[in-house]
Design a protein around this ligand. Structure first.
Ligand code: F0G
Length: 482
């Protein structure tokens, strides 16, 4: 994919697939988009897809499936116990992730629930590169806490560091000494660290983490939901691994972990998840929780059809043309926005293009949720739905005091093989316009704030009539354009 040279000079990401099934999209007028935003409580999770033009909310469950995945779904073996579909998935997990014991779960957070119930006790501390929302929620459910140990420069979004998802090894050792080994059930590494802009870790960093884990006798748990893309960026950016295949890099990373878990909605398919290990006693420590929360051990709450798609999808993560598609589109997206001075997370990571709402909306206090406001404003003027990754997505402390997030990002997800380049160009065009008119964006406040995972269900309202003013400006500049 990266070796294609162009005669006219402009380097564009080239699709190495063709479209064979399509879904029609709506681009509704801005007046309808304003109503839709009001109905959603200024929360893009509350929007209906009938009002959304490009759905860049997430890549979770929205990556395009391949013809081979769809074909495999027809040979599924429907059985409560002992399904051959599960056997095929087990083989794929062993071939691709190098782990022989597999527990199927209905999605990634279900794996987090099982792992936390099995290994986390009240008062424990889980060191990690950075949290993911659902993992943190399960840690808190189990009355434990986390320690986030990325390097400080991970939050300098406009500086280049190839592996901003690395754990600071000095901080890791200090954390272990501070809390004591008995309080640390495992160290969690998240591939392509989601909440800080889809930033990868390097293999050499994971080797250092393993060394510290061995020194203190602590387990390493790898969240592999975005492992394929992390492996691709290792191949691109880590000198020693340039000549290795994705398969070799993936096996190297999973080999450094005691337990690997994943959301198959991201890693390999549109549904499902799994936990795998080579250590029988760890498998047995979690086994009983699967029939309790998920389903029997050979389907784990996933339909057998989806299990077939997961198995094929796992093998497809070894295919560079498949895995590189989203990161190359994201790179183009990020670089085009940067040309128009839009503040974006660099270097381009995986999962999506991340717009830095702090400088974009530097006139909005963080207590009025700049990233949430930017997500709402961008949907209003473009019909593109992104996701707030900032203070709305974080949690209040034990005294109910708002904890301002380390960063305020608008994530525009680029699921694998879903959008065309012209759609990305449209998204860039509208974002460049919004940046010129950014001072019209105002803050948000909660009108309904649920105590857990508030970013999903919460409702907000603008602090002034800024969204109407933004709509009038759009009409002035674009006439009757959609
Ligand atoms: N771990 C990571 C790194 C994730 O990105 C996600 C989901 C999960 C675990 C949980 O998996 O959704 O299958 O339960 N990320 C989605 C997102 C929701 O939009 O980033 P799940």
């Amino acid at each position: 994919m990266n070796n294609i040279k162009f005669f006219l000079g402009e380097e564009i990401p080239l699709e190495l697939h063709k479209v064979r099934v399509i879904q029609k999209l709506n681009l509704v007028p801005i007046e309808r988009r304003l109503r839709a935003l009001e109905e959603s409580g200024y929360n893009t999770f509350g929007l209906s897809t009938k009002d959304v033009y490009l759905d860049m909310l997430t890549d979770s469950g929205t990556n395009a499936m391949s013809d081979n995945q769809i074909a495999a779904m027809f040979q599924a073996d429907d059985a409560y116990a002992g399904s051959q579909s599960f056997e095929r998935l087990k083989t794929a997990v062993e071939d691709v992730l190098g782990k022989k014991f597999l527990l199927p779960v209905h999605q990634g957070r279900a794996a987090e629930n099982v792992i936390c119930r099995a290994f986390v006790k009240p008062g424990d501390v889980i060191p990690m590169n950075y949290h993911f929302t659902t993992f943190l929620a399960h840690v808190l459910e189990n009355k434990a806490t986390i320690a986030e140990l990325v390097y400080d420069h991970a939050f300098n979004f406009d500086t280049y560091h190839p592996f901003k998802g690395n754990i600071d090894i000095e901080k890791l050792e200090d954390t272990i000494k501070k809390h004591g080994v008995e309080k640390i059930p495992f160290i969690r590494m998240e591939a392509s660290t989601n909440l800080i802009g889809g930033q990868p870790f390097s293999i050499s960093n994971m080797m250092d983490v393993r060394r510290i884990a061995d020194k203190y006798g602590i387990m390493v748990v790898l969240d592999a939901s975005l492992l394929g893309e992390n492996a691709y960026l290792v191949q691109q950016r880590e000198e020693q691994w340039k000549e290795n295949t994705l398969g070799e890099i993936i096996k190297m990373m999973t080999g450094l972990a005691d337990i690997v878990y994943f959301s198959a909605r991201k890693l390999s398919s549109s549904r499902g998840g799994g936990i795998c290990t080579n250590r029988k006693e760890l498998y047995q420590g979690m086994e009983a929780l699967i029939p309790l929360f998920e389903g029997f051990l050979t389907y784990g709450g996933i339909s057998v059809r989806e299990i077939e798609a997961m198995a094929v999808g796992l093998y497809e993560t070894l295919d560079e043309t498949m895995i590189s598609q989203s990161p190359t589109f994201i790179k183009y997206f990020v670089e085009e926005l940067a040309k128009h001075k839009v503040p974006v997370v660099t270097p381009p990571g995986v999962l999506g293009c991340h717009v830095n709402a702090m400088p974009f909306c530097d006139h909005i206090p963080q207590s009025q949720y700049p990233a949430g406001a930017l997500a709402a404003a961008y949907f209003l003027i473009s019909g593109v739905r992104g996701m707030e990754r900032g203070t709305v997505s974080s949690v209040r402390d034990e005294n109910g005091v708002e904890v301002l997030a380390n960063c305020e990002l608008l994530r525009l997800a680029v699921p694998r093989r879903v959008f065309t380049l012209s759609q990305i160009k449209y998204a860039v065009d509208r974002m460049a316009w919004l940046y010129e008119n950014r001072k019209l964006i105002g803050g948000l406040q909660f009108t309904y704030e649920p105590p857990v995972l508030r970013f999903f269900m919460g409702k907000l309202a603008p602090v002034s009539d800024w969204s109407e003013k933004l709509m009038y400006k759009f009409r002035q500049d674009f006439g009757d354009s959609l």
